[in-house]
Design a protein around this ligand. Structure first.
Ligand SMILES: [Ca+2]
Ligand SMILES: [Ca+2]
Length: 394
């Protein structure tokens, strides 16, 4: 058990020293004896990406998909399995610092993208090390190309360590931009950021990018939980006590925000996040006490709706509640996976009861899930390919 954790950490440290990707070569092998009802298939065999960390549709009925590459590129291509080219939509590798958990990590298209041409990215940069959320515009003359000079930085957050940067940005059904930030990094949240509401680290933020306010390039939604507080809490905070909410998504049908929060040494979490909620880190890791100096006062903490230990993986990758047409049996299930083990699961939660089943065991690192404009699900492999689920042939 201990060795399983230590080995990837040592490999990662060596990788950092050597300047190569932390993520290579630490994959657990899938369990061969498990019978799976699904497997994954390369969805676009003729297009390969370099270290992709996300796949998105713009919801503009253009039937395009956008893939984010960690080093700072966004590629765009037609959602067609025989597609053989992906155009460079944006290249900001000149301002992104990448490697390990750093890089261009998030992309979000607002619902009115058709009219505004605005889109949003999350990346890390250095001098000093920090996270940036900024807005870009699509070129006036080419819908498959962004204007690299159109950047408007909306938010910058200092990063004390290179890991646990979060990186998800998504528009909620309310039209506000939600931003996931990890605890800043190190191990065990050494600065206590998760529980400190005076910092943006270890939080999910919610901001209104459609208006500026005072010195801010955005405004604070009026019903954010800490609006008008007198304790110095940041008003951008939507929820707190998170360790590294790498990927989250909204299920617009039920209006729920599903968050995969990456654990420390033992437990990976799936949370349904509510406004103002405290998701426990670093008082707790999953539903167990983490034993920080603070003790383990669980008053007011929200526990994960699902958790698993490191025998099944070591870094949860949040997915989506499936609402597509290809797999009617999965409609309403939250499909998510683990970066480390490559497993994919479906979790059903009715507000009280949970059932979780393993759908597939892949042989690659799962960095993200994504939906196309019809709500069909894709799996983003760090090996460079985009995959789709398929039913296993017995
Ligand atoms: Ca960090
Ligand atoms: Ca938690």
């Amino acid at each position: 058990m201990k060795l399983k954790i230590v080995v990837p950490i040592v490999v990662a440290l060596i990788a950092i020293i050597l300047g190569v990707s932390v993520f290579q070569g630490v994959l657990n092998s899938p369990t061969p004896e498990t019978q799976h009802l699904y497997s994954v298939n390369v969805a676009f065999p003729n297009v390969q990406f370099k270290e992709p960390v996300g796949i998105y549709a713009a919801d503009d009925q253009s039937n395009r998909l956008f893939v984010v590459e960690q080093a700072g590129l966004i590629k765009v291509f037609e959602n067609n399995e025989s597609v053989n080219t992906a155009a460079v939509f944006l290249n900001i590798s000149d301002r992104v610092i990448s490697g390990g958990e750093l890089g261009l990590l998030g992309l979000a298209f607002p619902r009115q993208f058709n009219e505004s041409g605005f889109f949003y990215v999350y990346y890390t940069t250095d001098n000093p090390l920090r996270s940036i959320v900024s807005r870009f515009s699509v070129s006036q003359t080419n819908a498959n190309q962004a204007d690299v000079n159109s950047e408007e930085v909306l938010l910058q957050v200092g990063q004390p360590f290179s890991n646990h940067n979060g990186g998800q940005i998504s528009f909620g059904p309310d039209g506000y931009l939600y931003i996931g930030l990890g605890d800043g990094g190190g191990a065990g949240d050494p600065l206590g950021n998760g529980q400190n509401r005076s910092t943006l680290l270890g939080k999910i933020l919610r901001i209104d990018v459609n208006s500026a306010s005072g010195s801010l390039k955005y405004s604070i939604p009026r019903d954010n939980p800490f609006v008008g507080n007198s304790q110095g809490f940041r008003e951008e905070i939507y929820a707190y006590g998170l360790r590294n909410p790498w990927r989250f998504s909204f299920d617009p049908t039920l209006g729920l925000l599903w968050v995969g929060d990456v654990g420390q040494d033992r437990i990976e979490e799936v949370n349904v996040v509510k406004i103002g909620g405290n998701y426990g880190w670093n008082i707790m890791e999953g539903s167990s006490c983490y034993s920080p100096p603070l003790g383990c006062n669980q008053t007011g903490l929200s526990l994960p709706i699902w958790e698993y230990n490191h025998s099944l993986g070591y870094s949860v990758t949040g997915g989506f509640v499936y609402r597509g047409a290809a797999f009617p049996e999965l409609v309403g299930a939250y499909v998510y996976g683990d970066y480390g083990s490559g497993r994919i699961w479906a979790l059903r939660y009715d507000g009280v009861n949970r059932t979780n089943s393993e759908l597939a065991a892949t042989g690659f690192h799962i960095t993200s899930f994504g939906l196309d404009q019809k709500g069909e699900l894709y799996v983003c492999g760090y090996d460079g390919y985009i995959y789709s689920l398929q039913r296993s042939t017995a």
